[in-house]
Design a protein around this ligand. Structure first.
Ligand code: GLC
Length: 560
């Protein structure tokens, strides 16, 4: 079924690091409004705004203490209304981040729940008694490390949390709690937003009955597992009560959903419109979720899951296409060895995911080729998850070197350093002191320069977006069938998208050596574009180091 947003492209704003208009070192909503034309000019239709709700900021806004108010550090509800309406004038929809697996421990619901065992909201969160020795019900470990159970002295019980102890999990088995969430969700839809990015939603169903889980870590703990049986009942109810029949779309962060369940989650009758999957991106994470010791990975660890995902949505499903967000390192740093990190190779990385079926997401700064920072000292980092990984690595006997290498590869702070607007002090992000230092390379990597230079990465993104939307190719790119060519190749990613008699071939060389793929034969109809400045005339895939091309071809063979 065709949807209005099937040709659309999204841009993620992490507001704390985007643009500060007040000079307090932290980005704000007026800062997003100020940059709407910059975003529109890229060709963007959707902005996913990371949380701006009232929050004690233990996890930068993913710990919400009031779902229906804006945190003063970001502005006011009036600023938010202005953002929605000014975006709408530019045909941009604002997608809010919906964090409903947990709230902040400062949310009035939790304060009431914790106030007494008899409080009417006691059951809105998950409380358990200690056993005879004072221990919690089991050995589950949170996504950020440490036990999922925190002892609450006031009410003499443990409460459950899948993330930090300041983010207690809501109890979805409680109907009143669910009703309160649905009222809140519908209130936001009434404010004119275009949909939701639904945070960590696969964690809402708990691992009942509680029992010791098989340990996956030397300390005897087991990481909390998402997507528990029975979750569908809640997701279906939320869809019916809040989403069905509205002019919105939903994109769910869905760790733990296997490709075999994509149809149930994001097929034609799915709970959501599209998913944020992890298989293609968690290439460098160990089986127990740890970032250390470093894990060798190959290009096929990225391309094969993408292929599985494309197959899983082939019957009318949809997905979020992304290689960066606020939880991931910068893609240029992840995919390209340091010596080869240039505008040229950044464009190649961008091509690799951009013409798949789904909605492409561009993360702030990705369009100008921002890279990871190189901080050697753990004290320079802010992110709670990063700090936990580092210290746990040391506790488990790994060296500082191994621990910091993991952090330098994988920290969430790489994506959270302030956006580079220009080459002035603090990259034009703030007139004050930025909450997290800017990356040293802002003088050569910044939006002002990228806008002025025809051959910049940003202008390349503009071209990719306009090709996706062009009258000639948009149907094929939105709905064409997908074939992964030379699927076992560990240095090139080649795929085609075909519809009726049109085939678009996308080829990316991820290596520093030329690649010749003479087994792939085609008749060249048109060179659509590539990262090299010369036109492509060859009918054989001879790719230069880090070269990417997008071609309109007639394929001469059906299988490779
Ligand atoms: C999601 C968010 C992440 C946050 C976590 C807890 O994974 O993307 O930033 O820390 O949920 O809300």
């Amino acid at each position: 079924m065709m949807k209005s947003w099937h040709y659309e492209v999204a841009y993620q704003v992490y507001p704390k690091s985007f643009n500060d208009t007040k000079g307090d070192g932290s980005g704000d909503i007026p800062g997003v409004i100020e940059k709407l034309d910059y975003i529109k000019d890229l060709g963007i239709d959707v902005i996913w705004l990371s949380p701006v709700y009232r929050s004690p900021m233990k996890d930068n806004g993913y710990d919400i203490s009031d779902y229906q108010d804006i945190d003063p550090s970001f502005g006011t509800m009036d600023d938010m209304r202005q953002l929605i309406s000014k975006a709408k004038k530019r045909n941009i929809r604002i997608i809010m981040d919906l964090v409903i697996n947990h709230s902040s421990d400062q949310h009035p619901w939790f304060l009431a729940s914790a106030s007494s065992k008899d409080d009417p909201k006691r059951d809105w969160y998950i409380w358990e008694e200690a056993d005879e020795e004072g221990n919690p019900p089991n050995n589950l470990r949170t996504n950020f490390g440490g036990s999922c159970w925190t002892w609450h002295v006031g009410s003499q019980a443990y409460y459950f949390h899948s993330f930090t102890k300041e983010q207690p999990d809501l109890n979805w088995d409680n109907k009143d709690m669910r009703e309160a969430l649905y009222t809140m969700i519908n209130w936001w839809i009434d404010q004119g937003i275009g949909g939701f990015r639904v945070d960590a939603i696969t964690f809402i169903k708990k691992q009942f009955p509680w029992k010791q889980e098989p340990a996956d870590s030397p300390d005897g703990t087991a990481k909390v597992q998402p997507n528990q049986p029975g979750i569908g009942k809640f997701l279906q109810e939320m869809k019916e009560r809040c989403f069905t029949g509205k002019d919105i779309f939903t994109v769910a962060e869905a760790p733990g959903v296997p490709f075999s369940q994509y149809d149930e989650y994001a097929g034609v009758d799915g709970y959501f419109d599209m998913l944020i999957g992890f298989e293609h991106i968690d290439v460098d994470v160990n089986d127990n979720g740890r970032w250390y010791p470093s894990k060798d990975w190959h290009l096929s660890d990225y391309t094969k899951p993408l292929t599985e995902e494309q197959k899983a949505i082939s019957e009318g499903g949809w997905t979020a296409l992304y290689i960066e967000n606020h939880d991931q390192p910068r893609s240029l740093s992840r995919f390209i060895p340091e010596a080869h990190q240039t505008d040229y190779s950044a464009k190649a990385v961008a091509v690799s995911y951009f013409f798949l079926k789904g909605m492409p997401y561009v993360y702030q700064g990705q369009e100008i080729g921002m890279t990871n920072v190189n901080w050697e000292d753990i004290n320079q980092y802010d992110d709670i998850w990063t700090i936990d990984e580092y210290h746990t690595a040391l506790r488990e006997g790994f060296s500082h070197q191994t621990a910091i290498e993991a952090v330098k590869r994988r920290s969430r702070d790489h994506a959270r350093t302030p956006m580079h607007w220009d080459d002035s002090l603090h990259a034009g992000f703030t007139s004050g002191t930025p909450w997290l230092p800017v990356n040293d390379n802002y003088q050569s990597v910044n939006a002002k320069q990228a806008q002025a230079d025809d051959s910049s990465i940003r202008n390349f993104f503009k071209k990719m977006i306009s090709l996706r939307k062009s009258d000639t190719y948009r149907e094929t790119i939105a709905y064409g069938s997908y074939t992964h060519l030379v699927p076992d190749h560990d240095t090139v990613y080649v795929y085609t998208r075909s519809l009726k008699d049109q085939t678009v071939l996308v080829a990316v060389n991820f290596s520093a050596t030329p690649q010749k793929l003479s087994q792939i034969q085609f008749k060249l109809n048109q060179h659509l574009f590539g990262n090299a400045d010369h036109a492509w005339t060859k009918e054989v895939l001879n790719l230069d180091p880090f070269e990417a091309v997008v071609l309109d071809v007639t394929r001469l063979q059906s299988e490779y």
